[in-house]
Design a protein around this ligand. Structure first.
Ligand SMILES: *Cc1c(COP(=O)(O)O)cnc(C)c1O
Length: 384
């Protein structure tokens, strides 16, 4: 397949999936190669170096190249889910290694760290996402091997200063990984800010249609740690199926218009409800009232994301009634699709959750903004 020069901007090269055209047929979308195995040459070498599908399938090439270009990385691997991608990083550590992660982060990954991570001999400190000093004081030079950042973090959308934390982490000899699922590489480019590895739940904005489960890791450079991650990918077998890979590439082609629309819709909802008498607090990094707004302004370009949380006056019962009264916003977990979703987060996370009971998490879709706001307004009014 032929490839475009790398001078185009993200909206251009994602729309064209780097401009690749299939050489055999001139098709502008790529074929899917379901084959799990590849014929060997008589001299025992492999055509194209491809042997067996677990990591060698050509269907991966274009999707990996697009994501790699978006993140400005050196290599990208696709995984069966975001969790599989994150776990591949954790499994590349050694027993005894110390890991720093945020107190508020993707709940299932925190659960995995505290369960399987601890059983694998890792030690953890959980710090205040938005407080740079909290990260720096948790660093144990020579012992901290991984610093795991999630920004904006789920579900209060706090902002971690990637550049400042990465700088301190590197001085202490640690690797910095960033879960960039919520920001997307269009709004935040962690590698440019000093991160070593970027992780995505590609299930969310990258695919964007709530119909593919996928994950990814992108590395700033191919080094011995990345080699270990690749062993987890190929040897651990948590690879993405080729049909899902094809759908993911199709989804990524519209990433820029989807993210742009989600951002403007989310900002409009945040501003509309910020001083609403029935809303205690709107948590959105695009608002000047948000604790992380100043860092977000520096670190995010082109928008503040499509995720926000509303804390409703009247506590848990009112919050649940409000979300039950929504019509357009669907009651469902997950995020980053084209449709608006609303979720009572505390009851999803369970009794140990730090999330307040009156909080509703919104994944704002690409619908008409007036319809979205009137759906929330009338649901709020009818839940009184
Ligand atoms: C969904 C999500 C994950 C986990 O990804 P899966 O694709 O569901 O395995 C990790 N981090 C964040 C921020 C997420 O939203």
């Amino acid at each position: 397949m032929s490839e475009q020069p790398k001078t185009y901007r993200p909206a251009t090269f994602t729309a064209q999936a780097l401009g690749w055209v299939d050489e055999a047929t001139r098709s502008v979308t790529p074929p899917i190669y379901p084959s799990t195995t590849f014929e060997r040459n008589a001299d025992l070498s492999y055509h194209d170096g491809r042997c067996y599908s677990r990591a060698d399938n050509p269907t991966y090439d274009q999707a990996c190249a697009v994501l790699n270009a978006l993140e400005g990385g050196e290599d990208t691997r696709l995984f069966a889910s975001g969790m599989a991608a994150a776990v591949a990083v954790l499994r590349s550590l050694e027993p005894g290694d110390h890991v720093i992660a945020p107190k508020v982060m993707y709940w299932s990954l925190r659960g995995f760290m505290l369960d399987s991570g601890v059983r694998a001999g890792l030690t953890f400190d959980f710090v205040d996402n938005g407080d740079c000093q909290s990260w720096i004081s948790a660093l144990k030079p020579g012992k901290t091997r991984l610093v795991w950042i999630e920004t904006p973090s789920n579900p209060d959308w706090q902002i971690t200063d990637i550049a400042a934390v990465a700088d301190a982490a590197h001085q202490a000899g640690a690797i910095v990984a960033v879960d960039n699922t919520v920001a997307t590489p269009l709004l935040t480019r962690p590698i440019e800010l000093g991160a070593d590895i970027v992780m995505h739940s590609a299930t969310k904005y990258l695919n964007g249609h709530s119909d593919v489960l996928a994950g990814s890791l992108t590395t700033a450079r191919k080094d011995p740690f990345w080699d270990r991650v690749c062993v987890q990918h190929k040897g651990g077998g948590a690879v993405l199926g080729v049909f899902e890979t094809w759908l993911l590439l199709r989804g990524m082609r519209t990433l820029s218009i989807r993210v742009e629309k989600c951002c403007t819709n989310a900002m409009a909802i945040a501003q509309h409800f910020e001083h609403h008498p029935d809303i205690v607090q709107v948590q959105y990094p695009g608002l000047a009232s948000h604790v992380g707004h100043d860092i977000a302004k520096r670190q995010m370009t082109g928008g503040f994301g499509g995720m926000l949380s509303l804390r409703v006056k009247g506590g848990r019962d009112r919050a649940v009634a409000f979300h039950n009264a929504c019509n357009l916003f669907k009651r469902a977990t997950s995020l980053g699709g084209v449709e608006g979703l609303i979720e009572h987060r505390a009851s999803v996370e369970g009794p140990d959750s730090p999330v307040p009971d009156d909080l509703l998490r919104l994944s704002v879709g690409i619908e008409d903004i007036d319809d979205l706001i009137s759906d929330l307004e009338s649901a709020l009014a009818s839940s009184k």
